[in-house]
Design a protein around this ligand. Structure first.
Ligand code: ATP
Length: 370
């Protein structure tokens, strides 16, 4: 098994009374694209800065490959960072900005003349050599910042909200660009963001952080489809969650007495009391008068609110046990019949779409989601 590229071992960072990072252990495989995702103040930037050497842990160890780099200054680590504000040298042209790192390390004229154009081609800025940073758009400046970092062939590239200053359309383009560049150079990228969609678009693994700790780490599809904590379920989208008690044979019992089938592996090592959930778009909504779907899980309730949002219609449903459910129905056919407010309905979903929340935490607050 390959050595991880970056490993944090029981790392804590205390700023006065604030524990920004709390006994965090984490490792990143070589060549992966990992996003540290979480609300403002959860400790993601501090984690990144400790990997880069801009901040030292109060306790714990940081490894790059096999080397313990705790205490080493940034320039002695095989790491480069791209910041939100680009930090290009304003008096130098683009060629010299990109050449800076390898010239510092004594690269020959020949090497510089070969590598700088290669890097500019990688970020699709060939022909921009003579321009000054002020003559670039935000997206172009960020590409130069990337080229300037990648020319050093770092072991790890750290990206601190690199797209935060760009408008939405450009940000979306750059997300796809960044992913392409990462795949091409095959360097480990660690990317800090509070934007769920950005993390999902680019990363092959996401670490969701909350209050200085990792809540869950995994591929985007796993975090979305099988969140293990209420915070992760709520941070990555809308979810329906109801309390349940585990019974034998991959079933749980809900407060209304009904039984729900759950993938058995999700119940392993779970406490007796859990919450089960399903994403709103994975539920099917039918009038209460229709026959029950065989083999599907079921909850019943009354529609409290209907919102037509073009591509889909969102229903809020009150259940007898007091839980509020959300169902999102795609408007695939013209003039599809909509269920009405006050109508009694049943919500069906497939057992394999059920997730199980094993912690007692809360979903994020509205402030934490923006
Ligand atoms: P954001 O998305 O807002 O940048 P973040 O998740 O990156 O948030 P951090 O910047 O790592 O969070 O901060 C974590 C906590 O540590 C916050 O409560 C912050 O106020 C505190 N903190 C960070 N840097 C310092 C510092 N130099 N001195 C004191 N407190 C700090």
């Amino acid at each position: 098994m390959d050595q991880p590229d970056v490993r944090l071992e029981r790392v804590t960072k205390q700023f006065g009374d604030v524990k920004a990072v709390d006994d965090l252990s984490l490792s990143f495989d070589r060549g992966g694209f990992v996003a540290l995702l979480g609300p403002s103040g959860c400790g993601k930037t501090t984690t990144l800065r400790m990997i880069g050497g801009f901040e030292e842990p109060t306790a714990g160890t940081v490894y790059l490959g096999e080397q313990n780099v705790t205490g080493l200054p940034p320039y002695k680590r095989e790491v480069n960072t791209v910041f939100q504000n680009y930090a290009l040298f304003p008096h130098m042209n683009i060629f010299d900005n990109v050449a800076f790192g390898i010239r510092q390390r004594g690269a020959s004229k020949h090497e510089v003349a070969k590598q700088v154009p290669d890097m500019l081609e990688l970020v699709q800025l060939s022909g921009f050599e003579k321009r000054k940073p002020t003559q670039l758009s935000g997206g172009q400046a960020q590409r130069v910042a990337l080229a300037r970092a990648l020319i050093n062939k770092p072991r790890v590239l750290l990206l601190d909200e690199p797209l935060g200053a760009l408008d939405l359309k450009l940000r979306k383009q750059m997300q796809i660009e960044l992913k392409r560049i990462q795949t091409e150079v095959n360097i480990t990228f660690i990317h800090v963001t509070h934007d769920q969609e950005e993390a999902m678009t680019m990363a092959d693994r996401i670490a969701v952080m909350n209050q200085g700790q990792i809540e869950q780490i995994g591929p985007p599809v796993e975090l979305y489809e099988q969140p293990r904590t209420a915070f992760v379920a709520g941070f990555l989208g809308v979810s329906n969650m109801v309390t349940a008690t585990i019974e034998d044979g991959g079933h749980v019992r809900l407060a209304d007495g009904s039984s729900v089938a759950v993938p058995a592996d999700l119940l392993k090592d779970a406490p007796r009391q859990v919450r089960i959930g399903v994403r709103p778009e994975k539920a099917r909504l039918l009038p209460a008068s229709e026959p029950a779907e065989a083999g599907a899980n079921r909850l019943s309730g009354t529609i409290r609110d209907v919102s037509y949002i073009g591509v889909s219609t969102q229903y809020i449903i009150d259940t007898p046990s007091g839980d509020e459910l959300v169902a999102i129905v795609q408007n695939a056919g013209r003039g599809a019949r909509h269920l009405l407010r006050g109508e009694s309905v049943q919500l069906f979903w497939d057992p394999e779409n059920t997730f199980v929340i094993t912690d007692e935490g809360q979903v994020p607050t509205v402030e934490e989601l923006i």
